[in-house]
Design a protein around this ligand. Structure first.
Ligand code: IMP
Length: 186
């Protein structure tokens, strides 16, 4: 089975491919722009994205919307994570966190899938902390400043390990259950 992964981020496609290798699903990196509506809920962004892409004739595809929610910043950057990554970057987020001792944060990932005309939407989370400096060279985005265990950053662990514990990995586990329960794996 093939599923298109609609994203501009090749890092996400690599993570999905690793997660679905054993089920024989081939992930096709596909770049099609779609609107990300302004709302505080990732699920709403994903539901609207599915609708828009379907109305353009796309089928059998995955989209996902992720965000980093920092407790001490009232959940910021949250649904604005992509914009903040592009503008402030990791150094800018660390600057916002100067003098803050409560470093707790959560990554969330909402996956939306169109498969055989049906919809699957699932959300995975990963609790952790914001580090005091960037660490590591793997991964992408906020990986160098987020640690799931208070020690290593996501950018210091390989994809397999990250998938075991990450927000996207947890969303993928739920997504796999839905694919199996729904009898979509032929
Ligand atoms: P989006 O889901 O691609 O819109 O992601 C929002 C922002 O969060 C982007 O800047 C991504 O780089 C970042 N992001 C999403 N997932 C991850 C991750 O697993 N690690 C680090 N940053 C991420």
């Amino acid at each position: 089975m093939k599923l298109k992964v609609i994203t501009s981020n090749p890092g996400k496609v690599a993570e999905y491919q690793k997660s679905f290798d054993d089920l024989g699903i081939v992930m096709e990196h596909t770049k099609v722009p779609y609107d990300e509506i302004q709302t505080s809920e990732l699920e709403e962004v994903v539901a609207k994205g599915l609708e828009e892409l379907r109305s353009e004739g796309l089928s059998n595809f995955i989209i996902d919307d992720s965000g980093l929610f920092v407790d001490a910043l009232g959940g910021f950057p949250g649904v604005y994570s992509a914009y903040v990554q592009k503008t402030l970057g990791n150094k800018g987020v660390l600057k916002q966190m100067e003098g803050i001792t409560d470093r707790r944060a959560q990554f969330k990932c909402c996956i939306g899938c169109d498969i055989d005309g049906e919809t699957i939407i699932v959300t995975g989370t990963c609790d952790g902390e914001i580090l005091f400096e960037e660490k590591g060279t793997e991964g992408f985005g906020y990986d160098p400043i987020f640690t799931p265990d208070g020690e290593k950053s996501f950018a210091e662990i390989d994809i397999e390990k990250k998938n075991e514990i990450s927000h996207r990995g947890n969303a993928v586990k739920l997504f796999r259950e839905k694919l199996i329960e729904g009898g979509f794996l032929k």
